[in-house]
Design a protein. Structure first.
Length: 94
């Protein structure tokens, strides 16, 4: 049996309850909040966003959504372009 096959058999799939839980694990246990998560172009220049930046945006959006009276189980429609902010809104809704 190849090394890759034996390694895959030993791998235990983590039991994340949400994509946000997976993201938090990545930010704090696999990487660090200071690690660049992605880059986006603003005014013709590339700007790095770290895991910490994304978590801060997610927290702000979550707080705003809660302040508007949305509760767990409510339905929300997101209409956004393909952009880094979409990830933040998507995670904030979880």
């Amino acid at each position: 049996m190849s090394t890759i096959s034996s390694t895959l058999k030993e791998f235990k799939d983590p039991d994340y309850k949400s994509l946000h839980e997976f993201f938090l694990n990545s930010a704090h246990h696999i990487h660090s909040p200071e690690t660049v998560y992605l880059s986006k172009k603003e005014s013709g220049k590339w700007v790095d966003l770290t895991y910490g930046d994304m978590l801060a945006y997610i927290d702000c959006i979550s707080a705003w959504v809660c302040s508007r009276g949305l509760q767990k189980g409510d339905r929300v429609a997101l209409i956004l372009d393909n952009c880094p902010e979409y990830n933040c809104f998507d995670q904030a809704m979880q």
